[in-house]
Design a protein around this ligand. Structure first.
Ligand code: FRU
Length: 469
Protein backbone atom coordinates (compact mmCIF):
# COMPACT_ATOMS: atom_id res chain seq x y z
CA UNK A 1 0.00 0.00 0.00
CA UNK A 2 1.33 3.47 -0.78
CA UNK A 3 2.04 6.24 1.69
CA UNK A 4 -0.92 8.32 0.50
CA UNK A 5 -3.35 5.45 0.98
CA UNK A 6 -2.28 4.76 4.61
CA UNK A 7 -2.42 8.32 5.89
CA UNK A 8 -6.22 8.63 6.08
CA UNK A 9 -6.39 5.46 8.19
CA UNK A 10 -3.64 6.72 10.53
CA UNK A 11 -5.40 10.06 10.94
CA UNK A 12 -8.67 8.33 11.72
CA UNK A 13 -6.96 5.99 14.19
CA UNK A 14 -5.45 8.94 16.06
CA UNK A 15 -8.66 11.00 16.03
CA UNK A 16 -10.78 8.19 17.39
CA UNK A 17 -8.12 6.54 19.53
CA UNK A 18 -6.55 9.43 21.44
CA UNK A 19 -9.63 10.55 23.42
CA UNK A 20 -10.28 6.95 24.42
CA UNK A 21 -6.69 6.37 25.55
CA UNK A 22 -6.48 9.62 27.54
CA UNK A 23 -9.64 8.73 29.47
CA UNK A 24 -8.31 5.32 30.42
CA UNK A 25 -7.54 5.18 34.16
CA UNK A 26 -4.43 3.19 33.32
CA UNK A 27 -3.02 5.80 30.91
CA UNK A 28 0.27 7.32 32.16
CA UNK A 29 0.11 10.90 33.40
CA UNK A 30 3.81 11.72 33.18
CA UNK A 31 5.46 8.95 31.15
CA UNK A 32 5.62 8.58 27.38
CA UNK A 33 2.89 6.41 25.89
CA UNK A 34 1.29 6.11 22.45
CA UNK A 35 -1.82 8.22 21.84
CA UNK A 36 -3.27 5.12 20.25
CA UNK A 37 -2.01 1.74 19.06
CA UNK A 38 1.18 0.02 20.14
CA UNK A 39 4.46 1.61 21.13
CA UNK A 40 7.60 -0.39 21.79
CA UNK A 41 11.31 0.54 21.64
CA UNK A 42 12.64 4.04 22.20
CA UNK A 43 14.54 5.11 19.07
CA UNK A 44 16.76 8.03 18.10
CA UNK A 45 17.12 9.39 21.63
CA UNK A 46 19.41 12.38 21.19
CA UNK A 47 20.08 16.02 21.96
CA UNK A 48 20.22 18.06 18.76
CA UNK A 49 20.42 21.82 18.21
CA UNK A 50 19.08 22.77 21.63
CA UNK A 51 16.29 20.19 21.93
CA UNK A 52 15.90 16.61 23.05
CA UNK A 53 14.45 14.16 20.58
CA UNK A 54 12.87 10.85 21.39
CA UNK A 55 11.49 8.69 18.60
CA UNK A 56 9.64 5.44 19.16
CA UNK A 57 8.48 2.28 17.48
CA UNK A 58 4.80 2.87 16.85
CA UNK A 59 1.97 1.05 15.18
CA UNK A 60 -0.71 3.77 15.09
CA UNK A 61 -3.23 1.47 13.38
CA UNK A 62 -3.69 -1.22 16.05
CA UNK A 63 -2.42 -2.43 19.42
CA UNK A 64 -0.28 -5.14 17.80
CA UNK A 65 3.26 -5.53 16.44
CA UNK A 66 2.53 -4.71 12.79
CA UNK A 67 3.17 -1.71 10.59
CA UNK A 68 6.03 -0.18 12.60
CA UNK A 69 6.46 3.58 12.07
CA UNK A 70 8.70 5.99 13.97
CA UNK A 71 6.75 8.44 16.11
CA UNK A 72 8.60 11.51 17.35
CA UNK A 73 8.52 13.67 20.49
CA UNK A 74 10.80 16.57 21.41
CA UNK A 75 11.54 18.56 24.55
CA UNK A 76 13.65 21.45 25.75
CA UNK A 77 13.90 20.26 29.36
CA UNK A 78 13.21 16.50 29.47
CA UNK A 79 9.99 17.13 31.38
CA UNK A 80 7.58 18.87 28.98
CA UNK A 81 7.36 17.08 25.65
CA UNK A 82 5.54 17.83 22.42
CA UNK A 83 4.41 15.75 19.48
CA UNK A 84 6.40 16.14 16.27
CA UNK A 85 5.40 15.00 12.78
CA UNK A 86 5.39 11.26 12.17
CA UNK A 87 9.01 10.59 11.21
CA UNK A 88 9.02 7.30 9.28
CA UNK A 89 6.41 5.03 7.74
CA UNK A 90 7.10 1.63 6.12
CA UNK A 91 6.28 2.75 2.59
CA UNK A 92 9.31 1.68 0.52
CA UNK A 93 10.25 -1.73 -0.83
CA UNK A 94 13.30 -1.84 1.47
CA UNK A 95 11.32 -1.12 4.67
CA UNK A 96 7.93 -2.47 3.71
CA UNK A 97 7.57 -4.82 6.73
CA UNK A 98 8.50 -2.12 9.22
CA UNK A 99 10.80 0.81 9.95
CA UNK A 100 12.53 -0.99 12.80
CA UNK A 101 14.62 0.43 15.62
CA UNK A 102 17.64 2.68 15.30
CA UNK A 103 19.27 5.89 16.40
CA UNK A 104 19.66 9.58 15.53
CA UNK A 105 22.77 11.69 14.99
CA UNK A 106 23.83 15.17 13.96
CA UNK A 107 24.96 14.66 10.35
CA UNK A 108 26.65 17.84 9.13
CA UNK A 109 24.18 19.98 11.05
CA UNK A 110 21.07 17.99 10.16
CA UNK A 111 19.24 15.50 12.31
CA UNK A 112 19.65 12.10 10.65
CA UNK A 113 18.00 8.78 11.47
CA UNK A 114 19.64 5.38 11.07
CA UNK A 115 17.06 2.62 11.14
CA UNK A 116 16.44 -0.91 9.96
CA UNK A 117 14.27 -1.49 6.93
CA UNK A 118 12.73 -4.87 7.65
CA UNK A 119 11.45 -6.99 4.75
CA UNK A 120 9.55 -10.22 5.28
CA UNK A 121 8.90 -12.57 2.35
CA UNK A 122 5.89 -14.83 1.77
CA UNK A 123 7.99 -17.98 2.36
CA UNK A 124 8.70 -16.84 5.93
CA UNK A 125 12.26 -15.65 5.23
CA UNK A 126 13.36 -12.08 5.72
CA UNK A 127 16.08 -9.56 5.01
CA UNK A 128 17.09 -6.28 6.58
CA UNK A 129 18.62 -3.06 5.30
CA UNK A 130 20.26 -0.43 7.42
CA UNK A 131 18.81 2.83 6.14
CA UNK A 132 19.31 6.57 6.45
CA UNK A 133 16.78 9.44 6.59
CA UNK A 134 17.50 13.14 7.02
CA UNK A 135 15.28 15.84 8.52
CA UNK A 136 13.65 18.29 6.11
CA UNK A 137 12.51 21.85 6.68
CA UNK A 138 8.95 20.72 7.47
CA UNK A 139 10.14 18.70 10.47
CA UNK A 140 9.62 15.43 8.61
CA UNK A 141 12.32 13.08 7.32
CA UNK A 142 13.40 12.37 3.75
CA UNK A 143 14.50 8.79 3.24
CA UNK A 144 17.94 8.42 1.67
CA UNK A 145 17.50 4.65 1.23
CA UNK A 146 19.60 1.69 2.38
CA UNK A 147 23.27 2.19 3.22
CA UNK A 148 24.08 -1.37 4.29
CA UNK A 149 22.66 -4.73 3.11
CA UNK A 150 22.87 -7.94 5.17
CA UNK A 151 26.51 -8.73 5.96
CA UNK A 152 27.74 -12.19 4.87
CA UNK A 153 27.61 -14.81 7.60
CA UNK A 154 24.37 -13.69 9.25
CA UNK A 155 20.68 -14.51 8.91
CA UNK A 156 18.01 -11.90 8.07
CA UNK A 157 18.06 -10.86 11.75
CA UNK A 158 20.50 -7.94 11.64
CA UNK A 159 19.04 -4.74 13.00
CA UNK A 160 18.84 -1.81 15.43
CA UNK A 161 21.79 0.41 14.37
CA UNK A 162 23.17 2.59 17.16
CA UNK A 163 25.46 5.15 15.55
CA UNK A 164 27.96 7.61 17.05
CA UNK A 165 30.97 9.59 15.98
CA UNK A 166 34.47 9.22 17.44
CA UNK A 167 37.47 11.24 16.30
CA UNK A 168 35.84 12.06 12.97
CA UNK A 169 34.81 8.48 12.15
CA UNK A 170 31.26 7.11 12.31
CA UNK A 171 30.68 3.87 14.19
CA UNK A 172 27.63 1.63 14.30
CA UNK A 173 26.75 -1.37 16.44
CA UNK A 174 24.11 -3.80 15.16
CA UNK A 175 22.23 -6.64 16.79
CA UNK A 176 22.63 -9.83 14.77
CA UNK A 177 22.19 -13.57 14.49
CA UNK A 178 24.93 -15.65 12.85
CA UNK A 179 24.29 -18.66 10.62
CA UNK A 180 24.67 -20.98 13.65
CA UNK A 181 21.81 -19.06 15.34
CA UNK A 182 24.00 -17.33 17.88
CA UNK A 183 23.29 -13.75 18.92
CA UNK A 184 26.03 -11.20 18.19
CA UNK A 185 26.86 -7.51 18.27
CA UNK A 186 28.59 -6.30 15.09
CA UNK A 187 30.69 -3.18 14.72
CA UNK A 188 30.90 -1.15 11.50
CA UNK A 189 32.75 2.07 10.72
CA UNK A 190 32.34 4.70 8.02
CA UNK A 191 33.93 7.97 6.94
CA UNK A 192 30.60 9.42 5.73
CA UNK A 193 27.59 7.42 7.07
CA UNK A 194 27.04 5.89 3.64
CA UNK A 195 29.97 3.51 3.07
CA UNK A 196 30.26 1.06 5.94
CA UNK A 197 33.10 -1.33 6.69
CA UNK A 198 32.56 -4.47 8.77
CA UNK A 199 34.92 -4.40 11.78
CA UNK A 200 33.74 -7.71 13.22
CA UNK A 201 31.89 -9.10 16.23
CA UNK A 202 32.57 -7.21 19.43
CA UNK A 203 30.36 -9.30 21.72
CA UNK A 204 27.83 -12.09 21.71
CA UNK A 205 27.22 -15.76 22.15
CA UNK A 206 30.60 -17.48 21.71
CA UNK A 207 32.60 -14.22 21.83
CA UNK A 208 35.05 -13.41 24.67
CA UNK A 209 34.09 -16.46 26.67
CA UNK A 210 30.32 -15.93 26.72
CA UNK A 211 28.66 -19.31 26.24
CA UNK A 212 24.96 -20.20 25.92
CA UNK A 213 24.14 -16.53 25.51
CA UNK A 214 21.14 -16.72 23.18
CA UNK A 215 20.15 -16.92 19.52
CA UNK A 216 19.69 -13.22 18.73
CA UNK A 217 20.95 -10.04 20.36
CA UNK A 218 18.75 -6.98 19.81
CA UNK A 219 19.18 -3.27 20.43
CA UNK A 220 22.89 -2.90 21.26
CA UNK A 221 24.21 0.40 22.61
CA UNK A 222 27.93 0.95 23.31
CA UNK A 223 29.16 4.04 25.16
CA UNK A 224 31.93 5.26 27.46
CA UNK A 225 31.04 5.70 31.12
CA UNK A 226 33.26 6.69 34.01
CA UNK A 227 36.48 5.43 32.39
CA UNK A 228 35.05 2.15 31.04
CA UNK A 229 32.78 1.16 28.16
CA UNK A 230 29.31 -0.25 28.69
CA UNK A 231 27.46 -2.37 26.15
CA UNK A 232 23.70 -2.65 26.57
CA UNK A 233 22.06 -5.51 24.73
CA UNK A 234 18.94 -7.65 24.67
CA UNK A 235 20.03 -11.30 24.31
CA UNK A 236 17.04 -13.35 23.20
CA UNK A 237 17.18 -17.02 24.12
CA UNK A 238 19.30 -16.60 27.26
CA UNK A 239 18.59 -19.42 29.70
CA UNK A 240 16.52 -18.37 32.70
CA UNK A 241 18.41 -18.63 35.95
CA UNK A 242 17.02 -19.42 39.35
CA UNK A 243 16.04 -15.86 40.28
CA UNK A 244 17.61 -13.88 37.42
CA UNK A 245 16.84 -13.24 33.73
CA UNK A 246 13.27 -14.40 34.27
CA UNK A 247 11.57 -12.30 31.58
CA UNK A 248 10.79 -13.84 28.18
CA UNK A 249 13.59 -11.64 26.82
CA UNK A 250 15.97 -9.83 29.17
CA UNK A 251 17.86 -6.56 28.85
CA UNK A 252 21.47 -6.91 29.95
CA UNK A 253 24.78 -5.07 30.11
CA UNK A 254 28.51 -5.77 29.88
CA UNK A 255 31.20 -3.54 31.37
CA UNK A 256 34.68 -3.54 29.89
CA UNK A 257 37.34 -1.85 27.81
CA UNK A 258 36.77 -1.00 24.19
CA UNK A 259 39.71 -0.50 21.83
CA UNK A 260 38.89 1.42 18.63
CA UNK A 261 42.19 0.47 16.96
CA UNK A 262 41.57 -3.27 17.14
CA UNK A 263 37.77 -3.10 17.40
CA UNK A 264 37.77 -5.32 20.46
CA UNK A 265 35.71 -5.16 23.62
CA UNK A 266 37.05 -7.12 26.59
CA UNK A 267 34.36 -7.38 29.18
CA UNK A 268 33.14 -9.06 32.34
CA UNK A 269 30.00 -11.09 32.90
CA UNK A 270 26.52 -10.44 31.57
CA UNK A 271 24.39 -8.59 34.10
CA UNK A 272 20.66 -7.97 34.27
CA UNK A 273 19.84 -4.31 33.67
CA UNK A 274 16.47 -4.19 35.41
CA UNK A 275 15.00 -6.92 37.56
CA UNK A 276 11.32 -6.01 37.13
CA UNK A 277 8.59 -7.61 35.02
CA UNK A 278 8.73 -5.07 32.18
CA UNK A 279 11.89 -3.60 30.74
CA UNK A 280 13.39 -3.99 27.27
CA UNK A 281 15.23 -2.32 24.39
CA UNK A 282 16.76 0.59 26.34
CA UNK A 283 18.63 3.33 24.54
CA UNK A 284 20.98 6.00 25.84
CA UNK A 285 21.91 9.55 24.86
CA UNK A 286 24.72 11.84 25.92
CA UNK A 287 23.51 15.08 27.52
CA UNK A 288 25.35 18.34 26.81
CA UNK A 289 26.43 18.41 30.48
CA UNK A 290 28.08 14.99 30.12
CA UNK A 291 25.41 12.84 31.76
CA UNK A 292 24.58 9.52 30.10
CA UNK A 293 20.78 9.21 30.04
CA UNK A 294 18.70 6.11 29.44
CA UNK A 295 15.12 5.40 28.49
CA UNK A 296 13.67 1.92 28.10
CA UNK A 297 10.48 0.32 26.91
CA UNK A 298 8.40 -0.74 29.93
CA UNK A 299 7.25 -3.82 28.08
CA UNK A 300 8.57 -7.17 26.92
CA UNK A 301 7.66 -8.81 23.62
CA UNK A 302 5.97 -12.21 23.29
CA UNK A 303 5.03 -12.83 26.93
CA UNK A 304 1.68 -11.77 28.34
CA UNK A 305 1.73 -8.33 26.69
CA UNK A 306 -1.28 -9.01 24.47
CA UNK A 307 -3.39 -9.70 27.59
CA UNK A 308 -2.87 -6.22 29.04
CA UNK A 309 -6.29 -4.65 29.59
CA UNK A 310 -5.41 -1.31 27.95
CA UNK A 311 -5.64 -2.97 24.54
CA UNK A 312 -9.42 -2.79 24.97
CA UNK A 313 -8.99 1.00 25.07
CA UNK A 314 -6.94 0.85 21.86
CA UNK A 315 -3.44 1.48 23.26
CA UNK A 316 -0.63 -0.51 24.86
CA UNK A 317 2.74 0.10 26.55
CA UNK A 318 4.72 3.01 27.92
CA UNK A 319 8.33 4.08 28.33
CA UNK A 320 10.28 4.06 31.60
CA UNK A 321 11.09 7.38 33.20
CA UNK A 322 14.34 8.94 32.02
CA UNK A 323 17.31 7.72 34.04
CA UNK A 324 20.88 8.81 34.57
CA UNK A 325 23.57 6.13 34.40
CA UNK A 326 26.74 5.95 36.48
CA UNK A 327 29.28 3.24 37.18
CA UNK A 328 30.23 2.23 40.73
CA UNK A 329 32.75 -0.57 41.26
CA UNK A 330 31.97 -2.01 37.86
CA UNK A 331 28.22 -1.99 38.49
CA UNK A 332 25.80 0.07 36.45
CA UNK A 333 23.64 2.37 38.60
CA UNK A 334 20.42 3.95 37.36
CA UNK A 335 18.68 6.88 38.98
CA UNK A 336 15.74 9.02 37.83
CA UNK A 337 17.05 12.18 36.17
CA UNK A 338 17.21 15.19 38.49
CA UNK A 339 14.74 17.08 36.27
CA UNK A 340 11.92 14.79 37.43
CA UNK A 341 11.94 16.61 40.78
CA UNK A 342 10.10 19.40 38.89
CA UNK A 343 7.02 17.19 38.94
CA UNK A 344 6.91 17.09 42.75
CA UNK A 345 4.03 18.72 44.59
CA UNK A 346 4.09 19.33 48.35
CA UNK A 347 6.41 17.07 50.31
CA UNK A 348 5.00 14.88 53.11
CA UNK A 349 6.92 12.94 55.74
CA UNK A 350 6.09 10.06 58.05
CA UNK A 351 8.02 7.84 60.43
CA UNK A 352 7.04 4.76 62.44
CA UNK A 353 6.27 1.06 62.18
CA UNK A 354 5.42 0.15 58.60
CA UNK A 355 2.05 -1.35 59.52
CA UNK A 356 0.85 2.05 60.82
CA UNK A 357 1.97 4.04 57.79
CA UNK A 358 -0.80 5.85 55.91
CA UNK A 359 -2.19 4.29 52.74
CA UNK A 360 -1.18 6.41 49.76
CA UNK A 361 -2.70 7.28 46.43
CA UNK A 362 -0.26 5.74 43.94
CA UNK A 363 -1.74 7.31 40.83
CA UNK A 364 1.09 9.81 40.55
CA UNK A 365 3.54 9.41 43.37
CA UNK A 366 7.19 9.55 44.33
CA UNK A 367 7.90 7.65 47.54
CA UNK A 368 11.27 7.44 49.28
CA UNK A 369 11.68 4.84 52.01
CA UNK A 370 14.46 4.26 54.46
CA UNK A 371 14.21 1.07 56.45
CA UNK A 372 16.39 -1.29 58.40
CA UNK A 373 14.24 -4.41 58.48
CA UNK A 374 11.59 -6.33 56.61
CA UNK A 375 8.37 -4.77 55.40
CA UNK A 376 6.03 -5.04 52.47
CA UNK A 377 4.04 -2.83 50.17
CA UNK A 378 0.77 -3.71 48.47
CA UNK A 379 -0.07 -1.80 45.33
CA UNK A 380 -3.81 -2.51 45.53
CA UNK A 381 -4.42 -6.14 44.56
CA UNK A 382 -2.13 -5.93 41.55
CA UNK A 383 1.43 -6.02 42.82
CA UNK A 384 3.26 -6.66 46.10
CA UNK A 385 6.79 -5.80 47.07
CA UNK A 386 8.43 -7.67 49.96
CA UNK A 387 11.68 -6.50 51.46
CA UNK A 388 13.06 -9.74 52.87
CA UNK A 389 16.35 -10.64 54.53
CA UNK A 390 17.80 -11.47 51.09
CA UNK A 391 16.56 -8.52 49.04
CA UNK A 392 13.30 -7.78 47.26
CA UNK A 393 10.60 -10.02 45.89
CA UNK A 394 7.93 -8.62 43.59
CA UNK A 395 4.77 -10.62 43.12
CA UNK A 396 2.02 -10.14 40.60
CA UNK A 397 -0.72 -12.43 39.25
CA UNK A 398 -0.29 -13.81 35.74
CA UNK A 399 -2.67 -12.10 33.31
CA UNK A 400 -3.18 -15.50 31.68
CA UNK A 401 -3.79 -17.81 34.64
CA UNK A 402 -3.96 -15.64 37.77
CA UNK A 403 -1.19 -17.64 39.44
CA UNK A 404 1.47 -15.60 41.25
CA UNK A 405 4.62 -14.65 39.32
CA UNK A 406 7.79 -13.38 40.99
CA UNK A 407 10.82 -11.21 40.25
CA UNK A 408 13.82 -10.85 42.55
CA UNK A 409 16.58 -8.48 43.47
CA UNK A 410 19.36 -9.74 45.76
CA UNK A 411 21.23 -7.62 48.27
CA UNK A 412 20.79 -5.63 51.47
CA UNK A 413 18.11 -2.95 51.07
CA UNK A 414 18.80 0.39 52.77
CA UNK A 415 16.61 2.71 50.75
CA UNK A 416 13.99 2.71 48.03
CA UNK A 417 12.82 5.40 45.66
CA UNK A 418 9.56 4.40 44.04
CA UNK A 419 7.95 6.21 41.12
CA UNK A 420 4.31 5.45 40.37
CA UNK A 421 2.24 6.53 37.42
CA UNK A 422 -1.29 5.10 36.96
CA UNK A 423 -0.31 1.58 35.91
CA UNK A 424 3.46 1.53 36.37
CA UNK A 425 5.91 1.25 39.25
CA UNK A 426 9.66 1.84 39.05
CA UNK A 427 11.63 0.84 42.12
CA UNK A 428 15.15 2.24 42.53
CA UNK A 429 17.07 0.35 45.20
CA UNK A 430 19.95 1.84 47.26
CA UNK A 431 20.40 5.00 45.17
CA UNK A 432 20.29 3.16 41.86
CA UNK A 433 22.17 -0.05 42.64
CA UNK A 434 19.16 -2.00 41.40
CA UNK A 435 15.96 -1.20 39.52
CA UNK A 436 12.71 -3.06 39.07
CA UNK A 437 10.23 -1.71 36.52
CA UNK A 438 6.76 -3.19 36.23
CA UNK A 439 3.28 -2.52 34.97
CA UNK A 440 0.15 -3.42 36.95
CA UNK A 441 -3.47 -2.60 36.39
CA UNK A 442 -5.17 -1.46 39.61
CA UNK A 443 -8.85 -0.76 40.16
CA UNK A 444 -9.59 2.97 40.60
CA UNK A 445 -10.01 3.07 44.39
CA UNK A 446 -7.04 0.84 45.25
CA UNK A 447 -4.28 2.40 47.31
CA UNK A 448 -0.71 1.64 48.21
CA UNK A 449 -0.50 0.18 51.74
CA UNK A 450 2.31 -0.86 54.08
CA UNK A 451 2.84 -3.90 56.23
CA UNK A 452 5.39 -5.12 58.78
CA UNK A 453 6.74 -4.10 62.17
CA UNK A 454 10.02 -2.54 61.00
CA UNK A 455 10.40 1.19 61.42
CA UNK A 456 10.26 3.08 58.12
CA UNK A 457 11.04 6.71 57.33
CA UNK A 458 8.97 8.03 54.44
CA UNK A 459 9.20 11.11 52.29
CA UNK A 460 6.65 11.35 49.52
CA UNK A 461 5.30 13.72 46.96
CA UNK A 462 2.21 13.57 44.79
CA UNK A 463 3.47 14.23 41.24
CA UNK A 464 1.91 16.67 38.84
CA UNK A 465 0.59 15.22 35.61
CA UNK A 466 2.61 16.27 32.63
CA UNK A 467 0.99 15.15 29.41
CA UNK A 468 2.69 15.49 26.03
CA UNK A 469 1.56 18.69 24.29
C1 FRU B 1 12.96 -4.96 20.03
C2 FRU B 1 12.66 -5.09 18.55
C3 FRU B 1 13.83 -4.64 17.70
C4 FRU B 1 13.17 -4.26 16.42
C5 FRU B 1 11.87 -3.65 16.92
C6 FRU B 1 10.70 -3.82 16.01
O1 FRU B 1 11.82 -4.84 20.79
O2 FRU B 1 12.31 -6.41 18.23
O3 FRU B 1 14.85 -5.59 17.54
O4 FRU B 1 13.91 -3.36 15.68
O5 FRU B 1 11.61 -4.23 18.17
O6 FRU B 1 9.60 -3.10 16.49
Amino acid sequence: MTLASRLPAILQAVMTGQPKALQDKHYPQWHHAPVTGLMNDPNGFTWFAGRWHLFYQWNPLAADHKYKCWGHWSSADLVQWRHEPLALMPDEEYDRSGCYSGSAVDLEGRLALCYTGNVKFDDGSRTAWQCLAVENSAGGFDKMGPVLPLPAGYTGHVRDPKVWQHEGVWYMVLGAQDLHKRGKVLLFSSPNMRDWENRGEIAGNGVHGLADAGYMWECPDLFPLDGKHVLLCCPQGLARQNERFLNVYPAAYLVGDFDYATATFSHGELNELDAGFEFYAPQTALAPDGRRLLVGWMGVPDGEEMLQPTREQGWIHQMTCLRELTLNNGKLYQNPIAELALLREEEQRWQGPASLAPALDATRLELQIEATGRFSLRFGGGLTLDVTGQGITLQRPSLATGEPLHRYWHGAVASLQILCDSSSVEIFINQGEGVMSSRYFPHPSERLSFNGESAVTLRYWPLRSCMIQ
